[in-house]
Design a protein. Structure first.
Length: 326
């Protein structure tokens, strides 16, 4: 029987059409590419700063090894879960990526404050306190209030430490909803705020109001303690050579990074209906605790607000630019 050939393709059976997998095309996220590149550059700059300041990170301390173990676990979950077939892998795997990057930024920022402090000169406390006085802010009154009430101390400490709780909640919600771009923009904005904070810190190093204003016996030791007045001079004279990641201390007074973080958290959580008001309340409490627990001048917090708004504005410019080019 002669074969019948046509110049056009014959239609496939309906069953074959249904069985053919439909390719899923995902557009690469510009923010992810740009942030990872910027993070790599910041790692190189951190290494250069450490070298200039004659500092090194001691990776053989038990705490540093613990960081490495945590990183290995996160990597195992990130790349192992998608192959496991677990129904929650699609949420947990990206969540581990977000948490790992957020933790890396936090550690890098705290570590970078040491060489930055080592390369500074003088102190800006007199100027910062003068501005506070002009604004009518009495830091000593806030401290005495906290020192007189144990409940305020406990609540203030808990609120101040929540800086690591809120982002975990936000990133989990974003991972669960599959909102990759929002998660990457939130992480990138946090990184950008940390960079701006360190740049400004280099211009206005300070020991903070607790060291500068309080000269009586200590009635209550805030969460941030008194590290600036001892650690910054030691870093400047190169008396400190190794950084123990498990003993990182907050030495940035101005701007207040807790304030910047609180504003970023509220901005990110505002679109999540279930978390909006809890996040607003929690971060409002963190802001109220910041003057005492963070030993910050009021102007430190105003500058922190400026840092957050600047980071948000720059990230919005990036978003609009690449949305227009897609």
């Amino acid at each position: 029987m002669p074969s019948i050939e046509t110049s056009w393709p014959l239609a496939e059976p309906v069953a074959a059409q249904k069985a053919r997998p439909v390719p899923i095309i995902t557009r690469p996220l510009a923010i992810r590419r740009h942030f990872l590149a910027a993070l790599g550059v910041s790692m190189v700059l951190l290494a250069l700063l450490l070298d200039i300041a004659e500092l090194r990170i001691d990776f053989w301390q038990p705490s540093s090894i613990a960081y490495g173990a945590a990183a290995a676990l996160l990597l195992a979950l990130r790349f192992g879960l998608p192959r496991s077939g677990w129904r929650h892998a699609g949420t947990v795997a990206p969540f581990t990526t977000y948490v790992g990057l957020f933790a890396l930024i936090s550690v890098m920022g705290a570590a970078a404050s040491y060489p930055v402090a080592a390369l500074t000169y003088g102190y800006a406390d007199a100027t910062l306190q003068h501005i506070d006085a002009a604004l009518g802010f009495d830091w000593l009154a806030w401290y005495r209030l906290a020192a007189d009430h144990r409940a305020l101390q406990l609540l203030g400490t808990a609120a101040y430490r929540s800086i690591y709780v809120t982002p975990a909640l936000l990133l989990w919600c974003m991972a669960r909803a599959g909102e990759q771009e929002r998660a990457w923009r939130f992480i990138a904005t946090f990184w950008l705020a940390a960079v701006i904070t360190l740049i400004l810190f280099s211009l206005m190093p300070a020991v903070g109001p607790f060291s500068y204003l309080w000269h009586a016996p200590i009635r209550y030791m805030p969460e941030s303690e008194l590290w600036q007045q001892g650690l910054i001079p030691a870093l400047r004279t190169h008396a400190v050579h190794a950084i123990d990641l498990g003993q990182l201390r907050g030495i940035v007074s101005a701007p207040s990074f807790h304030t910047a973080a609180a504003v970023l958290y509220i901005a990110a959580g505002w679109r999540i209906a279930a978390l909006r008001w809890p996040i607003v309340a929690l971060n409002a409490a963190m802001l109220l605790s910041t003057p005492v627990e963070g030993t910050h001048y009021l102007i430190d917090m105003i500058l922190g607000l400026g840092v957050a708004l600047t980071a948000l504005a720059l990230m919005d410019i990036h978003r609009r630019r690449y949305a227009a080019s897609d």
